[in-house]
Design a protein around this ligand. Structure first.
Ligand code: 1GP
Length: 242
């Protein structure tokens, strides 16, 4: 099994470099949006493109090819369910929704996906996905029928992250939900980061550079930005300035 993308994440952390991923929801990525976004991303290139959504209605293999050809940027699948798979990507976050208690998203989808993933040879990054209350009901909460961790329950978030790490997950993802009103609380990021040793991914509701820098400062190694670039793609410049 390949390990290049995960190795690059570890290398960036070892070098003290924070990382940014731009999340593309193929259902929302019209041709027109892509024409605006691609030149901007060529000039201001994040570390990764993540591709995925809660419920995708369209195939996205062509979209992945376009990103790889036009920008030569690693594309990582961030699937909402088992159907969101493409061997054209560079890696796959193999996500288990460990904040929830719904076996479907803890292990069942994974069993259905395991054989095709293994056959594809795609790099797999086992990810403990922890949904935090983002002050707005998220699509993940609704679709998975699970509850997010309350914003003030830092110890529950920490215990969940540690359980994921102890189970062998290679990253922990603190998620406030796409389009969250409030990002993951900084104190919670700090609390979790202080005790885990695997890379920490944070996303959901980050809309400006101050919030991005605050998440980095609190301990996020990799931050995922989605919604804000759908309406204001030019903001990528602000997110990537030092
Ligand atoms: C969602 O964490 C990502 O899964 C990004 O969230 O779309 O709110 O930036 P936003």
């Amino acid at each position: 099994m390949k390990t290049e993308i995960y190795a690059s994440i570890l290398q960036n952390i070892a070098n003290g470099k924070k990382m940014l991923a731009v999340l593309i929801d193929p259902d929302k990525c019209t041709n027109e949006h892509l024409q605006t976004l691609l030149p901007l991303l060529k000039e201001h290139t994040p570390n990764f493109i993540f591709v995925g959504g809660s419920q995708l209605k369209i195939s996205f293999s062509n979209l992945i090819e376009t990103f790889k050809k036009e920008i030569n940027i690693p594309v990582v699948l961030f699937p909402g369910d088992v159907t969101q798979f493409s061997p054209n990507a560079d890696a796959l976050l193999f996500i288990s929704l460990i904040s929830g208690r719904n076996a479907e998203y803890l292990i069942s989808q994974h069993v259905n996906a395991a054989i095709p993933i293994k056959k594809s040879g795609l790099e797999v990054i086992p990810t403990g996905y922890i949904l935090i209350d983002g002050a707005k009901k998220s699509a993940v909460e609704y679709i998975s029928n699970t509850q997010p961790i309350p914003r003030d329950k830092n110890d529950i978030a920490l215990a969940t992250a540690l359980a994921g790490e102890l189970l062998g997950m290679k990253t922990i993802y603190l998620e406030a939900g796409s389009g969250a009103n409030m990002p993951v609380p900084l104190e919670m990021i700090q609390h979790v980061k202080s005790q885990i040793s695997v890379p920490l991914i944070v996303g959901g509701g980050i809309k400006n550079n101050a919030q991005l820098q605050a998440a980095y400062h609190a301990g996020a190694d990799l931050v995922v930005i989605g919604n804000v670039l759908e309406t204001e793609p030019e903001k990528i410049e602000e997110f990537l300035k030092d």
